[in-house]
Every structure is written in C-alpha cells, then in structure tokens.
Design a protein around this ligand. Structure first.
Ligand code: F6R
Length: 615
C-alpha cells in the first residue's frame, strides 16, 4: 500500500513528482524516494519519513534537473521503513529503477534463484527482487525493457502497480498493473503516472485507468501502447475526462483534511442522493438497483461484507433493511468471511461496502461470493476502483475524495446510499405504506441541513474534549440503530487519539463492562428520543450510580438526560432510522478535538494507511 508517481515529457519532473507524492501520502508515509534522469545520468534519492524529509534531502544530495522521473511514498510491507527499503529500487547493474505498490508473494523463491545467479540484494523488499528479475531476463534473453517486464510479470504471483525506467533507453517508462491502482494522465506530448489522478489534475483532465493484467509503454511524443500481460494482445486506450478538481483534494482552509471532510458531510450526503431521491415524484431512482431489482426481491438474504468503518455502515444497514424492507441480513467482516467457508448460494445477494474500493479482504470476499454464484453489488466511493469494477453492479457514494485516514464522510454517505436502497426495496416489496415511504423520503432530504445544524455544536464539543482529553479509557453505548454508531465513535477515538475506547450495545453493559465504571471513566451514551429511550436512560442512571462521567448525545430539547448527565450534546430530531446520520457527527468532532489537543497526527495516525490493500 504505497503511492507512485511518474512523469515523462518536456516539463521539470521534480516538482510534479514531489507535489504528487505529497497528495498521495494518504496511501502511505513511512519513507519516500525519487529517481530523476537529467539527460545523462540517473540519480536516486531516498529518505525514511515523509515526502518533506525526502524533499529536504534531495536539496543536499542530488541535482533536481530532468524531465523524466519516478517517485514513491511507502507503507511498509516487507522490511522496516528505512532509507534502504524505500523505493525506487535499482537493479544490480544500476541501469534499471522501479517503483512498486503491492506485494510479490513468491519473492522468496525468486530471490533464491537470483542469488544463485550472483545477484546481490541490499534491501529486504520484494520489489528489489522484481527489478533484478526483470534485469536478469532482459540480459539473459537480450530483450527490450517492455518485453522483459512482461516475461517477469508472468513469473510473479501477487499484486502490483509498477513503473520501470532504464537509463540506457531513457525515452520511455514501462508501467503495469495487477490488483493495485494505476492511472495515466495524458497530456500534450507528455504522460503522468500515478496511483490516482490527484498528482496530475492541474496538468490534464484526460486519464486512462489501466485494468488488471495490463501493461503499457509511455514514450515522449508517441501515443501510449497498452497490452495484456498474459497474451500480449493490444488494448485500445480508453481515455476518460476527469470530473475532479484540485480544490476538492486540498484542505480548503481547514487545519486538517479530517475536519474539512467532517464539514463536507451536508454536501456529500446531498451528492449521494442527488438525482436518486425524487421526493416530489415519490421515487428512488438507482440504475444499479433498478436493473437488478428481481435479484434483490427474490434474494433469500443479503450478506454485507466490509471492514472497519464500512463494516459499521453495514451494521446500520442491517437494521434498516430488516426493519423497513423485511429482508434478512447478515453483516460480516470481510476478513473473516473469506476464510471461514461460509454457506453462500445463488439466491444470496452480497453487498460489498468500501470507501476506497481497494480493500484486499473485501475484494477477496467478493471473489468468493462470485465464485459461489451470488450476485454482488458494490457500494464504493472511489470511482473506477477495483471493487467497483469487480462487482456485478453497484452504486457510488459520490462523497468526493476522502484524504484523512479516519473515515468520516464515507460513513455517512454509505449509510445514506444504503438507506435509499432499503427504502426502494421496501416500496417494491410492498413492505412500507405509501405515507410512511413518502415521510421517509422527505426526512432523508432534510438530513443535510440537520447535519449542518449538528456541526454548530463544535465549540461546545471542544470544551468537552478539553475536559476528558486525558482519560485513559472511554466507553461508548448505543442501542438499536445507534449501537453501530457507538462502535464507530469508539473506533474514531482509538485511531486518531490513541486512547483506548470500546463501543457496546447499551443493554450489554450490565453483562461485563459495568465493572470498568468509576469516576475516571467517561461514558458517551447515545440517547435519542425515539430509540429505546427509557431503557437507555436507565443505563445512564446505572452509570451515574457508579460515578461514571456521562456525555449524552440527545435529541434537541431533552431536559431529562441533561439533568442526569455531566454534559449533553444535542442533535436535531429525526426518524430513528436516520438518526445515525446525526448522532455520528458529535462523535467525529469529539475524537477530532481530543486528538488535536493531544498533538496527534490527525490525518495520518501512526501505523495506519488510507486503503488497506494487503491482508
Ligand atoms: C476507519 C477507517 C477504516 C476503513 C477500513 C475499510 O476510520 O477508515 O476502518 O473503514 O479500512 O476501508 P474501505 O472502506 O476503503 O474498504
């Protein structure tokens, strides 16, 4: 899981690559490197740490000239993060350099063979094995670089997006993809290569997304040639016009991407239902569902597979699908599902939820479901991502790029989309009355302005964050639709503040976690008016009796919980099924402010990366 950038053309490559790597740091940020060709020589510079550390080192170590180059920002898989393991990796002769996002699974056996043939390895990486394999094949069989890459990749097991450069043939870069994303920006006699389009968006809006098992050679002043790695057949390049602009991927005046993305939620939710939720007409229109309605209606059950925050969105969906559409639902961690020999039949519909569309476990779960004949529907944010392409049909959340590692707007837009699907199915199946259906549509349309209202509590939440920022543990409780929100609140706090937190169904507290409660334990309790309110209030009383500190997430105007809790944060009233879209907001802001007060790296928390493309 890394970010790669390359450039070949008439501009200075260095600023394009460095700026591009900064935009891709969400993919990994433990070390970075660059290789530049200045017309005569190839210079490589690498540094442990962030792209800014690399930038500083380049200044003192190499000249920045050259109109061809490749760069990499790393999230370690093989070998600790250090200068040597950072990419680009050079071949033994020093002629070839490579950048790689992915994993070469059979690198140990390949390395053994190459060692026998005299190759020496400086790093612990699988990537250095690949570049030497390419060199070995090239020299042994006297092949051009493109052909040598192709032969090598046919011997490799694993996943990759690579860019390879040969200083003896300095007018081309060879690229290839299997399982990791790779976009090519097509400019005027120039090409940009990147893990996503953000590094080249200000230079060109024309992009080609390589498909799995495709490779290409990009050359100065020549059209791109794409081939299938396996059978060498030529593929017509499909150039698409990008809709994304640079402003969308910058911080837009906020201190952190996470805060920007929290504040983008009213618009993001609107974008999710735009053109789909037609309140006046009383229609929900979604091509991916409309075209496959029989599959959903006749399904024995829906199985939802996802990881992390997306799994929490799946749990919310379970409540709404069963409650409103009366379809049985199972929600599975993709990582468990893929290995536990699950019973899957042709009458199952599998919904895979993934912001990035690249999560390895979710992808494997999809492949398993497809192999067993299930219909697989994808709910992704990243357009053209692997999961979006691997599923039979799907719908995008249209939340826009999510750069902060901690998922925020992805969660609320996933819930919005899944709610639309549940309502549509409920209507088609005749499980919901006309008036109830209409009421749901109206209420859903109002959610963005209610989210905007919930965001107004930020200063109050900041004050609460100040109060509890030094707590060692937090407990989050919720019931019904808001149980998954409790899980999500706890995950948000853990991942960005490093404070231990647990989410629980409120009624389960008495079966164990109540033993943790004392005067040092802040307990965040979601107690909105419509969902099991009295029962949750009883739980609050139990916490109070044990001197726990209570932060209540309540419906506007609730005086009852206010009189019991240490603090309350109000959210606007809504339907219970839509309340997760509102109760999530204060939990995101609470974690954010605690993390900022503790000086954490909010957008890039330690040990994490934005898309988990390895098991
Ligand atoms: C938490 C978070 C992760 C992701 C998980 C799945 O804030 O971001 O838990 O939700 O890695 O990622 P996607 O949705 O890209 O499949």
């Amino acid at each position: 899981m890394c970010g790669i950038v390359g450039y070949i053309g008439h501009r200075e490559a260095f600023p394009i690559i460095i700026e591009g790597l900064k935009r891709l740091e969400y993919r990994g940020y433990d070390s970075a490197g660059i290789a530049l060709y200045d017309g005569k020589d190839l210079k490589v510079c690498k540094a442990k740490g962030k792209v800014a550390d690399l930038e500083a080192r380049v200044d003192s170590e190499i000249t920045k000239n050259g109109t061809i180059g490749i760069g990499h920002t790393r999230w370690a898989t093989h070998g600790v993060p250090n200068d040597v393991n950072a990419h680009p990796h050079s071949s033994n002769s020093g002629d070839l350099v490579i950048i790689h996002n992915g994993i070469i699974e059979n690198y140990v056996s390949l390395k053994k063979e190459l060692s026998k043939r005299g190759y020496i390895f400086k790093s612990d990486t699988d990537t250095e094995v690949l570049i030497n394999l390419i060199e070995d094949i090239k020299l042994k069989e006297n092949l051009k670089l493109g052909k040598a890459v192709q032969v090598a990749l046919n011997q490799v097991v694993g996943a990759y997006a690579i860019a390879v450069f040969d200083k003896k043939k300095p007018d081309e870069i060879v690229i290839a993809k299997l399982g990791s994303p790779l976009a090519v920006g097509v400019g005027d006699n120039e090409f940009f290569i990147a893990s996503d389009a953000s590094p080249f968006i200000e230079y060109t809006k024309n992009a080609i997304y390589l498909e799995d098992e495709e490779m290409a050679i990009v050359r100065i002043n020549k059209p791109i040639k794409i081939r299938k790695i396996k059978d060498d057949s030529l593929v017509d390049p499909y150039i698409q016009e990008l809709q994304m602009n640079l402003e969308q991927i910058e911080k837009g005046g906020y201190d952190h991407f996470m805060l920007k993305e929290i504040y983008e939620q009213p618009d993001a939710i609107r974008d999710t239902y735009r053109g789909r939720l037609l309140v006046k007409e009383g229609i929900i229109r979604m091509a991916g569902i409309d075209d496959n309605i029989e599959k959903f209606i006749n399904a024995d059950r829906i199985i939802i597979v996802a990881c992390g925050t997306s799994w929490h969105a799946g749990l919310v969906a379970e409540y709404i699908f069963e409650d409103i559409a009366r379809i049985p639902v199972e929600v599975e961690y993709a990582s468990e599902f893929r290995y536990r020999n699950p019973v899957i039949t042709k009458k199952d519909v599998v919904i895979a939820i993934s912001q990035s569309g690249e999560t390895a476990d979710t992808l494997a779960a999809i492949k398993l479901a497809k192999a067993n004949g299930a219909f697989v529907f994808g709910v992704c944010n990243v357009v053209g991502s692997t999961i979006a392409r691997e599923t039979h049909a799907g719908a995008y959340t249209h939340a826009g790029p999510e750069i902060g590692v901690a998922s925020t707007k992805a969660f609320t837009t996933q819930i919005t989309l899944l709610t639309l699907i549940a309502l549509k199915l409920a209507k088609v199946k005749g499980e919901i009355s006309n008036s109830d259906y209409r009421y749901h549509l109206q209420e859903l349309e109002l959610i963005p302005e209610k989210v905007a209202k919930a965001l107004k509590s930020e200063d109050h939440i900041k004050m609460i964050a100040e109060k509890y920022k030094n707590a060692k543990n937090f407990l989050y409780l919720g019931r019904g639709y808001n149980f998954p929100v409790a899980l999500e609140g706890a995950l948000k706090l853990k991942e960005i503040s490093y404070i231990h937190a647990e989410g629980y169904p409120a009624a389960e507290m008495k079966h164990g976690p109540i033993a943790l409660i004392d005067e040092n334990m802040p307990v965040v309790v979601i107690a909105t008016k419509k969902g099991h309110y009295e029962k949750v209030v009883s739980n609050i009383e139990e916490i109070k009796a044990r001197q726990g500190k209570i932060i209540g997430i309540v419906t506007e105007g609730d005086e009852n919980v206010k009189s019991l809790a240490d603090y309350v944060i109000e959210v606007p009233e809504s339907l219970e099924s839509l309340s997760p879209l509102l109760t999530t907001i204060p939990l995101q802001l609470l974690s954010y402010h605690i993390a900022v007060m503790l000086n954490r790296n909010v957008d890039q928390p330690r040990n994490l990366a934005k898309s988990v493309t390895v098991e």
